[in-house]
Every structure is written in C-alpha cells, then in structure tokens.
Design a protein around this ligand. Sequence first.
Ligand SMILES: *Cc1c(COP(=O)(O)O)cnc(C)c1O
Length: 390
Amino acid sequence: MPDRHDEHEDERHTLAFETTAIHAGQDPDPAFGAVAVPIYQTSTYAQEAVGKHRGYDYARTGNPTRTALQTAIAALEGGHGALCFASGMAAQATFFYLLRPGDHVVLGNDVYGGTYRLIARVLAGWGVAFDAVDLGDPDALAAALRDTTRVVWVETPSNPLLKIVDIRRVADAAHAAGAWCVVDNTFASPYLQRPIELGADVVVHSTTKYLGGHSDVVGGALVTTDPELHERLAFLQNSAGAVPGPFDAFLVLRGLKTLAVRMEAHCRNAEAVAAMLAAHPKVARVHYPGLPSHPGHEIAARQMRRFGGMVSFECDTEERALEVCRRTRLFFLAESLGGVESLIEHPGRMTHASVAGSPLEVPPTLVRLSVGIEHPDDLALDLRQALDGA
Ligand SMILES: *Cc1c(COP(=O)(O)O)cnc(C)c1O
C-alpha cells in the first residue's frame, strides 16, 4: 500500500500536458505563497555556515527561477531532466563539449543554419568530422554512419522546407551504431511532438521560439533521458556558464503556461493559410506537412499531434518572392518564429544566407511564414493581397 506521498507522485505522472505546463516545478513559493514563480534576481545566496546552504550557492551553478523552468521543460518533454541556456545555440554548443577530436557527427541536410555553422565552422576546427545527409533516406544514413559517429542530429519538421524525418527509425539506426540521437524539437514544441517517446536521447530547444512564444526573450534548453548524461551536461552548463538570467527564465516559464492553447491556434491558422496558398495561381509549391500532398504527411500524422505553425512556399521567381515579403502588412518582415505575431521572411537572403553554397542551400524562390495566432481570415486576406499585387 503506497503512502500518501507516493500516491501524489503517481497522480503527477498522469497529468495532461496543459496541466503539467502550469504546475510542473511551479508550486507556490514557500516564502510568501506567490503563485507565479518569483524572479530570483540574485548572484549569490547567504550561507548559514561554511558550506551549509539551501541548495543554492552561486547563481551560475543554480537559480530557483531557472530550476522551475528546467523542471517544467523536462516534464513537458517526458525527460529525466532539463538544462536551460542563454540561447538555443548556447545549448547546442554546450552539448557539443561532449565530443572529442576524431568524433563524427551525422546531421540532416536541412538543419537550422546556425547548427550547421557551429558544426562546419567551429567544431570542425577542433577535429570533429561531420556529414550532412538526407535523413529521410535510410540508405544515405546507413552510408554516413562510421565507427566514430557519436551523434545523429535530427530536426523535424525542418527549417525552412518543413521536411519530416521518422524519429523512431533514425533513433534506432543511431543506437545500432552506438551513437546518440539528438532531436531539435524547436519547430514542433513538446505539445506537438515528444521525441523522447520515439527514442531520442537528447532534445534541444531554442526556447526563443514557441516555448517563450512572445518574441521577447532568447533562450535554449537541453532535455536528457539518462541521469548520467544529465550530470555530465549539468557539469558542462556550470563549467562553460552560458546560463540564462532569472528574468529570461521567468519569461519562458510564463510562455510555457499557454503553450497548448497557442499551438492549437498556430496549427489552425497554418492549416488555413496553407490551404489558401495551395489554391493561389501565383504559388508554385507549398511546403506544409499537414497537406496530404506533402511527402512526409503520413509520418508527421503518426509522430505529431498536429502539423505546426510553420509554412513555406515557392513563387515562380526570386523577384516575386521578395515582392510578396515587401507587401504583407500583418505578417511582419522579420527573422525568427514561434511568436504570437505572424512573420514572413526570405530564407535565401535572411535566415539561411550563411548556408549559401553548402549542401543546405535553399531555393531563392522560397518564402517562409511563421503563422501567428491572429484571426485566420485576416492572415489569409493579408497574404492574398500581397500575392495578388506581387
Ligand atoms: C532559432 C533556432 C535555433 C537557435 O536558437 P537561438 O535561440 O536563436 O540561439 C536552433 N534551432 C532551430 C530549429 C531554431 O529555429
């Protein structure tokens, strides 16, 4: 017969996503009962005696606001633990401190440009080898795996072409080769996709995007499944020190609370926008995994709850793509994604300029949308007038 405490723990494990987002790591503050996790804006903590403290001694090593955020993100991803960072790239860079000269990384050939830049232009200088391959092609993955492969890095849906990778298949192949499967879950968020349940060892996030959700903070996270790996990464988080400030942790935590309702609205709007674009005569091709014509539609339907808020499309010429970007009024012309406001951008000249000439180069005719949570009719109308005039 379990005692009351154990019963309570068992209940926790069955809480739904929406409830977890609001409660995990967010009990009322023990000091005054504040229901919002306080911003512990302090660099250090008074100790009662030498070495006798209440779990925190210095704020790079730990901060209660950050702890709350880490607990919440770990619960939402179904991981053992999470570690938060000053940016998505800081999270990735810290993860890669696990590697040694001679190690090899396999990454998808359409991963985030900054990930490619970190591997190809920073890690490569430290003797880490890599291959960028189409992870949708099992033969290409098998051919790329080596004895020295330590990491297979997956991003799905990918940026900006919204390609879908079968996480379970890639995780199985990575494990058979003795490598970790890392999934960048930034585009889907844990509300739509839980890579750990599909076999991933580590999930990475740019919390700047959907987790924060309001275009007002930059941050990152690593979620782990294995306690030993978590300890190694926690050591690296403290050693390298790329931690988020307490106010940034607070903002991401506040964003998390509404993640489920925001993602539903993002998905609803993206579906409406994708349908409008697919029927528009000036649109040559729409990339949205929710469309039955998308090559990854079936896998996406299997491993995601819905299809996300990102849509990209191709025009007939680069000039027209640039003109559409110039003409929208509600869709702001800006880099980044995942906020409540809709954004439009030209990947070739903006977010993906750094991968020009690499295997990750994107078509110049491509336009990317981060569909916000405004009313779908207003968004469809704004895009239609931009296309009609372009
Ligand atoms: C933005 C982004 C990153 C990098 O995150 P920052 O917070 O900008 O450092 C990594 N992966 C993906 C998929 C992203 O969209």
